[in-house]
Design a protein around this ligand. Structure first.
Ligand SMILES: [Zn+2]
Length: 491
């Protein structure tokens, strides 16, 4: 089966054929760097991280460009608040973004151009648009003339007439049509500016991406992506600018959009006051669990995130806690698989273990359906546990080979999804520490009780040993006796 992708413009899934065989050019709209990244950013970045990992794992030579928007009203406002320059704001929050993105396990893009380093390219496109009669200067600004571009609305599925009825020209704007948007904004006092044929000023947001995509991917490239909130107006405007300047069909061949993060029906937004940063989550949770939660929902769908309060009025995130529980099950199984006796690779395995890789690939090739792919991995984990629990579940050699195969395939598929790549022991220890901290459990006291129980057992005082086990169970602590001693976990 070949890769199929969902194209926003046609609303259909289509077989993916790159412009140049074996190569993919991908442009994603990046972050406007004026504050700490939140878990909505994480939703988008993880979706695209999985898409790019799968493209690479499928053998495509990928050129992944993700820009940084480092000039914008929000950055300028933040600079005023913090009493530093807009450039300092952008650099500071780019650094913070990189810290968060590394913590999320995101593979870095191949190119990460900054808007302010591509002003000349933007001016060049605006100049072309002016020559073609698609742009006009007015009141120190330069605007794109939407009614003169016949394809406007094709990406978001709207008509110019329908769009026009919903907007009007504000006082002080010099637009010819209410849909027209700024390509270049005349300099205002105290704002960063660059010289241009239309006087000092700064670029509009949309032109940045047209210019950087053109510079690094050429006139035509395979996929333009971003969050679904960018379809209109940002991507509609980018398309109008680029095809307006370079000719119809000369921009992204496919458009893809990732779903958003919602709190029930409410969008996450500063104005609503419900923004949760990646760092806030990292304080008490595992970011790999956040990844698992997100990839469990198709990348095009919205992820619903719930915030509740515990007895001490601390925020709790039920979906995230559930995902972390699943991740514990996965890592615990991987730890057991690593300890299982190694099997040689030659010879048959159980038929159920043959299909992990192929069913995973099939799901991912169906428009990157990571949720279905995780479902297939879950089946493999269940099979692994069945075999680990019951040495008689299969002939000895077949069992060993099957366990070895399952482990290998699970780790390989996990790499494409960006999960299961840590040492299981490290994950499990960190998870237990977090649970102890949250529930107020003293790990040293638990260890002491386990020692006491071992001594009781050694002196055949099984009543006392059982009492200790029951007391600990009452605190939510489960003991697991194994050949190398007793281990424990918080349940
Ligand atoms: Zn963009």
């Amino acid at each position: 089966m070949t890769l199929r992708i969902h194209d926003t413009r046609t609303g259909k899934k289509v077989p993916f054929e790159p412009l140049v065989a074996g190569k993919v050019g991908l442009y994603i709209c990046g972050t406007t760097v004026y504050g700490f990244c939140h878990i909505g950013h994480a939703r988008k970045e993880i979706a695209w991280d999985v898409i790019t990992r799968h493209l690479r794992a499928s053998g495509f030579e990928l050129r992944f460009v993700r820009n940084i928007t480092d000039v914008d009203d929000k950055i300028i406002n933040r600079a005023r608040e913090e009493g530093i320059t807009a450039d300092e704001v952008a650099r500071k929050y780019t650094e913070e973004m990189n810290v968060d993105f590394r913590a999320l396990g995101l593979a870095a893009p191949d190119l990460e151009p900054r808007a302010t380093e591509h002003i000349a390219e933007m001016i060049e496109i605006i100049r072309r648009l002016e020559e073609k009669g698609l742009a006009y200067a007015a009141g120190g600004d330069v605007y794109y003339s939407v009614p003169r571009f016949p394809g406007y609305g094709q990406l978001s599925g709207q008509s110019i007439e329908g769009l026009e009825s919903g907007v009007r020209i504000e006082v002080g704007e010099h637009k010819q049509s209410p849909l027209d948007f700024a390509l270049w904004k005349g300099a205002k006092p105290g704002e960063p500016f660059w010289p241009s044929p239309w006087g000092n000023g700064r670029p509009g947001w949309h032109i940045e991406c047209s210019a950087m995509a053109h510079r690094y991917l050429g006139e035509r490239f395979d996929i333009h992506g971003g969050g679904a909130d960018l379809i209109f107006p940002h991507h509609e405007n980018e398309l109008a600018q680029s095809e307006g300047a370079f000719g119809a069909g000369n921009f992204a061949r496919h458009w893809m959009h990732s779903g958003l993060l919602t709190f029930g029906d409410v969008k996450m937004a500063k104005s609503v006051g419900n923004v949760i940063t990646i760092r806030q989550i990292a304080e008490g949770h595992d970011l790999e669990a956040l990844r698992l939660l997100y990839i469990g929902v198709h990348y095009r769908s919205a992820v619903s995130f719930t915030v509740a309060k515990d007895g001490q009025q601390r925020p709790v995130y039920p979906e995230l806690d559930e995902a972390e529980g699943k991740l514990e099950y996965f890592y615990r199984t991987l730890a057991r698989l690593a300890e299982a006796p190694a099997g040689d690779d030659k010879g048959p395995v159980l038929p159920e273990a043959e299909k992990t890789l192929s069913s995973f690939q099939e799901a991912m090739d169906d428009d990157f359906n990571a949720a279905a792919a995780v479902g297939h991995l879950y089946e493999a984990f269940v099979l692994a546990n069945k075999l680990l629990d019951d040495p008689k579940a299969a002939a000895k050699d077949v069992r060993r080979r099957t366990l070895a195969r399952l482990r290998r395939d699970l780790l390989k598929c996990g790499e494409t999804l960006g999960i299961f790549q840590r040492e299981p022991a490290a994950f499990l220890a960190a998870r237990r520490d977090r649970q102890c901290a949250r529930k107020g459990i003293d790990a040293a006291a638990v260890e002491a009780k386990i020692q006491e129980r071992a001594a009781a057992r050694a002196s055949k005082d099984f009543t006392r040993a059982d009492e200790i086990r029951k007391t600990l169970a009452g605190q939510g602590i489960e003991l697991m006796d194994g050949p190398t001693g007793t281990t424990w976990r918080v349940v």
